[in-house]
Design a protein around this ligand. Structure first.
Ligand SMILES: NC(=O)c1ccc[n+]([C@@H]2O[C@H](COP(=O)([O-])OP(=O)(O)OC[C@H]3O[C@@H](n4cnc5c(N)ncnc54)[C@H](O)[C@@H]3O)[C@@H](O)[C@H]2O)c1
Length: 346
């Protein structure tokens, strides 16, 4: 088992990673908090698998909210439902909310915890690979609006994150592979040893170490740039073209992980066109080994149009994360006109 601490401006997060961490939930909670009530939020897929098991760990009476599964429920209405349940259960600021689920449950519950009574203690128990290596750590919480994804939110660090890699055994393969895109991203931007581990046929045997190495990178980056004003941008490697591809596919044709895989390979091609060593083949092979696509399924013009609406765009350029050499990320400002030409030439 691994332990990491993330010292944020206001909160110290303790992060435990390993097979069997789930069974230690009551012990870890008792070390950090003195709640009289605990409320668990989960979703309709995770609840039948893990909710009773979690509740059985505690001697306290636990109240629960089971959300319908899916990104379409990541809304303010869902948050209002959680507030109602927290209020009905009589939670006070000395009590604890636990998010048990993937990134959707984690983001919604984190936002509810950040805002209910102006902040109530939060523990994240992530159950997807993406949530384990990415969304449960770092304190970004929020929901979608009809106008766009993640438009409302708060930075709110969980004080405790319990990452049990055994929980991933029930994850459908496609969702597991989505998370592998983020794992490969960490290897590309910071630690090529992760790529060597994921390239092995029996890599699942090393999952605990792989997740730990990824979370360690996220912890280090967030600790230096908690509010996402600079360095944290490197975590977006593959996400700029990835988001554009998700938009071009109306958020239904590609999953997030698939889009990130395509985005990483396309970013590597941009790097090569700008004169760096061409890493696109190497990154593509790593993604393909986990059933992730690597070719843009949309015309370059559609991607460019979507990129023009990117948050990282300034008046005449877009900040791109490029990797060179493998394991080192750099922020590179590409003028819009040059980007247009490079995309058309790919
Ligand atoms: N806060 C952040 O920093 C951050 C970072 C990246 C992504 N996100 C957000 O994360 C969300 C995506 O998260 P996700 O990919 O985990 O999706 P998700 O939460 O929708 O989970 C995917 C599916 O897997 C099911 N599931 C979860 N755990 C399971 C398990 N152990 N066994 C069987 N089924 C299980 C869920 O019910 C769901 O149907 C997006 O909303 C995205 O915006 C947030």
């Amino acid at each position: 088992m691994y332990h990491l601490s993330l010292q944020g401006a206001a909160t110290l997060s303790d992060i435990y990673i390993g097979a069997g961490v789930f069974e230690q939930a009551a012990k870890r909670v008792a070390e950090k908090f003195k709640p009289t009530r605990i409320h668990v939020v989960t979703d309709s897929n995770v609840a039948p698998l893990y909710l009773d098991r979690l509740c059985a760990e505690f001697s306290l009476n636990i109240t629960t909210t089971v959300l319908p599964a899916g990104e379409q429920y990541k809304t303010l209405d869902t948050v209002a439902g959680i507030y109602a349940d927290l209020s009905a259960a009589g939670l006070t600021r000395s009590d604890l909310v636990i998010a048990l689920g993937g990134g959707v449950v984690g983001d919604i519950t984190g936002f509810a915890a950040a805002t209910y009574l102006r902040g109530i203690s939060l523990c994240q128990i992530p159950t997807t690979l993406l949530a384990q290596v990415d969304s449960s750590v770092g304190g970004k919480t929020g929901v979608d609006l009809p106008q766009g994804k993640n438009l409302v939110g708060a930075f709110y660090q969980p004080e405790l994150v319990l990452i049990d890699t055994d929980i991933l055994s029930t994850l459908p393969r496609r969702i597991f592979c989505d998370g592998m895109a983020e794992v490969i991203k960490y290897g590309c931007i910071s630690n090529p040893a992760i790529l060597e581990l994921t390239a092995q046929p029996d890599f699942r045997g090393n999952l605990e170490q792989i997740v730990y190495e990824c979370v360690r990178i996220k912890r280090d980056v967030v600790q230096q740039d908690e509010r996402d004003t600079g360095l944290r941008m490197i975590l977006n490697f593959g996400h700029t073209i990835g988001h554009a591809a998700e938009k071009a596919g109306h958020f239904t044709e590609l999953s997030h992980g698939q889009a990130v895989a395509i985005g990483m390979v396309q970013a590597a091609k941009l790097g090569a066109a700008l004169g760096e060593a061409d890493l696109s083949g190497q990154i593509a092979s790593l993604c393909q080994a986990h059933d992730l696509p690597t070719e843009l399924p949309y015309p370059a013009e559609d991607i460019y149009a979507a990129l023009l609406r990117d948050k990282k765009r300034t008046a005449d350029a877009i900040n791109f994360i490029l990797v060179h050499p493998l394991g080192k990320a750099v922020i590179h400002k590409i003028p819009l006109e040059q980007l247009h030409q490079l995309l058309a030439a790919q």
